[in-house]
Ligand binder design. Structure first.
Ligand code: NAD
Ligand code: MG
Length: 395
C-alpha cells in the first residue's frame, strides 16, 4: 500500500546517479512514484546515459550535470522530452533553488556543500546522505536549517538509527550514542598487512554496497571518523558522548544510551533503502520491499573495541571534535585529497592518515569560521597542503 500526498510532494535528488541516488529512486518508485511525487530536479556528474534515463522515467523538470563538458551530451540525450537541462556549479545551484519540499543530498564530498546549503536556506527538508557537509560546515549548516525552519533528516544508516532511537521526550536523559562500524575488509589486518593493499581490495566492503569513497573510507575507518563528527552536529553532542564499537555483522546500525542504563538500538539488514525510506516518510513509516531480518538464522551478534593504533582516523576525529572551529573543514578536505591520491595510485593506503594528520597539525590555529567563504578558504588551503604532503610521500 502506498500513501498519496495531496498535492504531490515535490522532490529533488542531488547525486541521483550514485549509490544513494539510485536507491532513493527505487524507494520513490516503491512508495508511489509519479502518482505521489513530482520530481523537480535530478543531478549527476559524468554518467549522462543514466541521468537522462532517470530524468525521462521520472518526468523530472530539470536535469543537471555537474560536469560542464557534458552539457551538450545531456541536452542531446534529453532532446524532445521537455526536460530543462543545466550544467556546472550554476546548474547545481539552479537545481537546489527549485521549489522542492524534500531534497536528497547525495553528492559525494565537499562538492555537495553549496547546493545543499542553498536548498536548506530556502526551507526544504534535507535528507542528508552527504556527511562531508556537516563535517566541513557543521555550525553554519545547523544554523541555516534552524533559521529556515526546514527539517534535517539523517540518511547515513548510523545516524538514521540514532534518529529512530532518540526519544525527544527524553532528550535530556541521553548519555551517549554508540556508532557501530563493520570494521571493513581490513578489520583483522595488522598494519604490516595493510601496508600494500590496493584500491580493489580496499573497496570490497563485506556487508554494504556503496560508492567508492565511502567504501574505501570504511576500510580505513575514515568513514567512521566523518560519522563521529556528523553525529556531534546532528544530535548536538559533547565529544565524550560519541562512541564507536566494531560490530562485524552490520545488523545493529547504531544505539542511544540513556542515563538510566537503557540502550535503544535500531536493527535491520544492511540496505540503505530503509534509512532513505524513513527520511522520505518521516514522521510516518511506509512499507518497503527489503529483506527482513531472520533472527533464527542470525545466531550471533559480535562486538569488539576499535583499535585506534591500526585505524588512526578515529583518533584524528576525536581531535577534530575537541579542537572544533575550522578543523572539520581541514579534516574533510585533507581526507578527500588523501583519498584521491590513494585511488590514483600516488600514495599507499596507510599514508592517507599521515597526510590528514600532518595537514590538521599545520592548520590547527585557524580561527572559527564566520562564513561559507572562510570554510572554502580553509578547504582550498588544506587541499593545497595535502597535495604537497602527497608529493613528499608519493610512491
Ligand atoms: P557515489 O559515488 O555512488 O555517487 C555520488 C554522486 O555524486 C553521483 O551522482 C555523482 O554523479 C555525483 N558527483 C560526483 N562528483 C560530483 C561533483 N564534483 N559535483 C557534483 N556531483 C558529483 O556516492 P554514494 O556512495 O552514493 O555517496 C553519496 C554520499 O552519501 C557521500 O557523501 C557518502 O558518504 C554518503 N553515504 C553513502 C552511503 C552508501 O551506502 N553509499 C551510506 C551513507 C552515506
Ligand atoms: Mg554510515
Amino acid at each position: 500500500m502506498t500513501q498519496s500526498f495531496d498535492p504531490p510532494r515535490r522532490l529533488t535528488i542531488m547525486g541521483s546517479t550514485g549509490s544513494i541516488g539510485t536507491s532513493t529512486l527505487d524507494v520513490i518508485r516503491q512508495q508511489g512514484g509519479r502518482d505521489c511525487f513530482e520530481i523537480m530536479a535530478l543531478t549527476g556528474n559524468s554518467n549522462i546515459a543514466l541521468l537522462a534515463e532517470q530524468a525521462i522515467t521520472t518526468g523530472a523538470k530539470l536535469a543537471v550535470t555537474a560536469d560542464e563538458t557534458q552539457y551538450k551530451a545531456l541536452q542531446d540525450a534529453l532532446s524532445g522530452h521537455g526536460i530543462a537541462v543545466a550544467a556546472g556549479a550554476s546548474g547545481l545551484q539552479e537545481a537546489a533553488s527549485l521549489e522542492a519540499d524534500w531534497v536528497m543530498a547525495a553528492i559525494v564530498g565537499v562538492a555537495g556543500l553549496k547546493p545543499t546549503l542553498t536548498a536548506a536556506a530556502r526551507g526544504a527538508d534535507i535528507a542528508l546522505a552527504n556527511k562531508e557537509c556537516l563535517v566541513s560546515a557543521g555550525d553554519l549548516f545547523i544554523e541555516t536549517i534552524r533559521k529556515s525552519g526546514g527539517r534535517l533528516l539523517p540518511v547515513d544508516s548510523e545516524h538514521s538509527a540514532i534518529f529512530q532511537c532518540l526519544d525527544e521526550r527524553h532528550r535530556d536523559a541521553v548519555e551517549r550514542i554508540v556508532l557501530t562500524a563493520s570494521g571493513g575488509p581490513f578489520r583483522s589486518f595488522s598494519r604490516e598487512q595493510m601496508a600494500d593493499v590496493d584500491v580493489e581490495t580496499a573497496r570490497a566492503h563485506p556487508n554494504w554496497s556503496m560508492g567508492l569513497k565511502v567504501s574505501v573510507g570504511s576500510a580505513s575507518m575514515f568513514n567512521k571518523a566523518l560519522e563521529m563528527i556528523e553525529a556531534k552536529f546532528l544530535f548536538d553532542l559533547a565529544p565524550e558522548q560519541v562512541e564507536v564499537i566494531i560490530h562485524p555483522q552490520s545488523i545493529i546500525h547504531s544505539m542511544v544510551g540513556y542515563t538510566d542504563g537503557s540502550v535503544l538500538a535500531q536493527l535491520g539488514v544492511p540496505d540503505m533503502r530503509t534509512a532513505i525510506g524513513y527520511a522520505l516518510s518521516y514522521p510516518h513509516r511506509q512499507p518497503l520491499d527489503v529483506d527482513r531480518l531472520d533472527f533464527a538464522r542470525l545466531s550471533r551478534l559480535d562486538f569488539e573495541a576499535p583499535d585506534e593504533k591500526r585505524f588512526p582516523a578515529l583518533r584524528l576525529a576525536r581531535q577534530v571534535l575537541e579542537r572544533g572551529g575550522l578543523q572539520g573543514a581541514v579534516f574533510s578536505a585533507a581526507e578527500e585529497a588523501a583519498f584521491d591520491a590513494f585511488v590514483a595510485g600516488h600514495i599507499r593506503f596507510l599514508a592517507m592518515a599521515d597526510v590528514v594528520e600532518e595537514v590538521m597539525d599545520d592548520m590547527k590555529h585557524l580561527p572559527k569560521a564566520n562564513s561559507l567563504d572562510d570554510i572554502f578558504a580553509a578547504d582550498a588551503e588544506a587541499h593545497r597542503r595535502a597535495k604537497d604532503c602527497v608529493s613528499r610521500k608519493a610512491l
